[in-house]
Design a protein around this ligand. Structure first.
Ligand SMILES: [Zn+2]
Length: 136
């Protein structure tokens, strides 16, 4: 899904004036009265984007939300490892790896090996990427 900034074709830190100018350009170009072949959704998107971004409070809320979403979509990867880099617990047959925060990444054996997986640290927001081992 496009962000409101993408809809308006503006950078995230665009000023109010830039957003406004861009909105006006787009409205002229995409207004449903003027462009028969345009999907109404586009105009709606542009309009919605502008209504939120023109209001400093709403924009701030939206920015916070966006930051949050982007963080959860693109977590920080602490390390990319293969299974053999992990510590294997002989008793439980689970794997673990120590994070830089002192927390652990722990993975049950059945969760790894078939395809790449991502594991969250127990102590912070970092993740590790475990590459699939094809040595079976
Ligand atoms: Zn951690």
């Amino acid at each position: 899904m496009k962000t409101h900034y993408e809809v308006l074709g503006c950078h995230r830190n665009a000023t109010y004036e830039e957003l406004k100018r861009r909105y006006q350009e787009l409205v002229l170009k995409y207004h449903p009265d003027k462009q028969e072949n345009l999907l109404p959704a586009t105009f709606l998107e542009i309009d919605t984007a502008w209504k939120i971004l023109r209001d400093p409070e709403q924009r701030k809320l939206y920015d916070d939300q966006l930051t949050h979403t982007q963080l959860s979509e693109q977590p920080l990867i602490f390390a990319t490892l293969s299974l053999s880099d992990l510590y294997r617990h002989e008793e439980t047959l689970n794997y673990s790896y120590m994070c830089r925060c002192g927390g652990l990444y722990s993975i049950a054996q059945m969760e790894v090996g078939l395809e790449d997986c991502f594991v969250h640290c127990e102590g912070c927001s970092l993740i590790i990427h475990i590459k699939c081992d094809n040595e079976k």
